[in-house]
Design a protein around this ligand. Structure first.
Ligand code: PLP
Length: 368
C-alpha cells in the first residue's frame, strides 16, 4: 500500500485511536518503526534538556539499561537501587523527591513490568507518592512488557509518558514502539532542548492528525496491530488481564510445589506476565535452560546481568492459554529431573488443579 496514498489514512487512524484505548488515554499516542528501546529514547529526548536530572528506580536489568541510556544522552541519571526482587517502592520515591528542595529532578522513571525479574510496579501508588510530596517531575513509565497484559491506565494514573513495544502483550513481531503522551509532557517538549529528529513528536503528531506518518511507517506491522487491537477488544481488556493473572498464579503454584523460589518476593508485585525462578545455589540456570532446549525444543528466558545463571524465566503473556502453560510447565518439570536439579515432583499437577478449579472465576471468553 502507498503509505502516502488515500487508502492509508483509514489504517493510520484506526491504529492510532485503537492504541489510545489500549493505553486508556484520550491524549495522543505516537507509533515509531523501532524496537522498544527507540521509544525509551523518544520519551527522554522529547521532554528533557542536556544535564537535566532524572531518577530511575532500578528494579532490574531493563530499568538499569534505561538509566544507562539516559546517561549516554547527556542527562544526569540517578538510580534508586532495589534488590531486583520487587517493584519500585512508592515510599522510597516519595523520600527521594521530598528531599529535592529546589525541584531539580525533572523526571521519575519506573518500569511497569520488570521483564528481567517478574515484578510489577504499582504505578498508581507511585503517582500518589509524587503528589503527596507535591513534586512536579514528569512520571515516565516503561510498559513495554506490561501493556495489554497487566492493568494499565495512563490518564487515571497520571502518567506523563508511557513507552511500549509490539512484541510482548500486543502479540506482534518486533518492530513497532509507542509513546503515550500527557498534556504536561507535550508542554515540556516545547522547551526541551535535547537534540532529536527521527524521534521528534511534533512533526509526527501533526501528520498523524490526517492518519499519516512523516516517514515510512512499518505498514505491514500496522495491519497486524489493527488485528491485535481487535483481538484484545473482542476478549475484553479486563478478561485479558484476568487471564494473565490466573496464568501467573498457576505458574507460581507449580514453582512452589517444586520447592523452588520465585525471583520476586513481594506478593503485591508478582507479575502476571512472566515468572522468574531461582535455582538452588550451585546449579546453573543456563545449563538447565540448555537441557530443556535440547530435549524439548523449548526456549526459556535467561537470567540477565547480575542474576545471569541464577534465574530462568517462564513467559505466560500475549496469545497464551491453559494448555500452552501446562505444556511449558511440563517441559520444565521434566527438565529439572534430567538436569539433576533438586526439586519435588507435582508442580504441573498443582498448576492443573488451580486452573481447573478456577475456570469460571476468571471470565474466560466463551468462544475459546
Ligand atoms: C523488552 C523490553 C525492553 C526492550 O525492548 P526492545 O524492544 O528489546 O528494545 C525494555 N524494557 C522492558 C521492560 C522490556 O520488557
Amino acid at each position: 500500500m502507498d503509505h502516502r496514498g488515500p487508502a492509508f489514512s483509514g489504517l493510520g487512524h484506526k491504529v492510532l485511536t485503537g492504541m489510545q484505548s489500549v493505553f486508556r488515554t484520550s491524549g495522543p499516542v505516537v507509533i515509531f518503526p523501532s524496537s522498544g528501546t527507540g521509544a525509551w529514547e523518544a520519551a527522554l529526548v522529547n521532554t528533557l534538556s542536556p544535564g537535566d536530572k532524572v531518577v530511575m528506580v532500578e528494579t532490574g536489568h531493563f530499568a538499569s539499561m534505561w538509566a544507562s541510556m539516559a546517561g549516554k544522552l547527556g542527562l544526569e541519571a540517578e538510580t534508586i537501587p532495589t534488590d531486583w526482587r520487587r517493584g519500585a517502592d512508592p515510599a522510597a520515591v516519595a523520600d527521594r523527591l521530598d528531599s529535592d528542595y529546589n525541584k531539580s529532578i525533572k523526571a521519575l522513571c519506573v518500569v511497569h513490568n520488570e521483564t528481567s525479574t517478574g515484578a510489577t510496579t504499582r504505578v498508581a501508588e507511585v503517582r500518589d507518592a509524587m503528589n503527596a510530596v507535591g513534586h512536579p517531575a514528569l512520571l515516565m513509565v516503561d510498559t513495554i512488557s506490561g501493556l495489554a497484559c497487566a492493568d494499565f491506565r495512563f490518564d487515571e494514573w497520571g502518567v506523563d509518558v508511557a513507552i511500549s513495544g509490539s512484541q510482548k502483550g500486543l502479540m506482534l513481531p518486533p518492530g513497532l514502539s509507542f509513546n503515550a503522551i500527557s498534556e504536561k509532557a507535550l508542554e515540556a517538549s516545547k522547551t526541551a532542548s535535547l537534540p532529536r529528529s527521527y524521534w521528534a513528536w511534533e512533526e509526527m503528531l501533526e501528520i498523524n492528525k490526517r492518519g499519516y506518518f512523516p516517514y515510512t511507517p512499518a505498514t505491514n506491522l500496522l495491519y497486524g496491530l489493527a488485528e491485535a487491537i481487535e483481538m484484545l477488544q473482542e476478549e475484553g481488556m479486563d478478561n485479558v488481564f484476568a487471564r494473565h493473572r490466573r496464568h501467573g498464579e498457576a505458574a507460581r503454584r507449580a514453582v512452589a510445589a517444586w520447592g523452588l523460589e520465585t525471583q520476586c518476593v513481594e506478593k503485591r508485585d508478582f507479575s502476571p506476565v512472566l515468572t522468574g525462578v531461582r535455582l538452588p545455589d550451585g546449579h546453573d540456570a543456563d545449563r538447565f535452560r540448555a537441557t530443556v532446549l535440547e530435549n524439548f525444543d523449548m526456549s526459556l528466558g535467561n537470567g540477565l546481568a547480575k542474576i545471569a545463571g541464577r534465574v530462568f524465566r517462564i513467559g505466560h503473556l500475549g496469545d497464551f492459554n491453559d494448555l500452552m502453560l501446562i505444556g511449558t510447565l511440563s517441559g520444565i518439570e521434566m527438565g529439572l529431573g534430567l538436569a539433576g536439579i533438586p526439586h519435588q515432583a507435582g508442580g504441573v499437577g498443582n498448576a492443573m488443579d488451580f486452573l481447573k478449579n478456577n475456570i469460571k472465576a476468571v471470565g474466560r471468553d466463551e468462544a475459546a
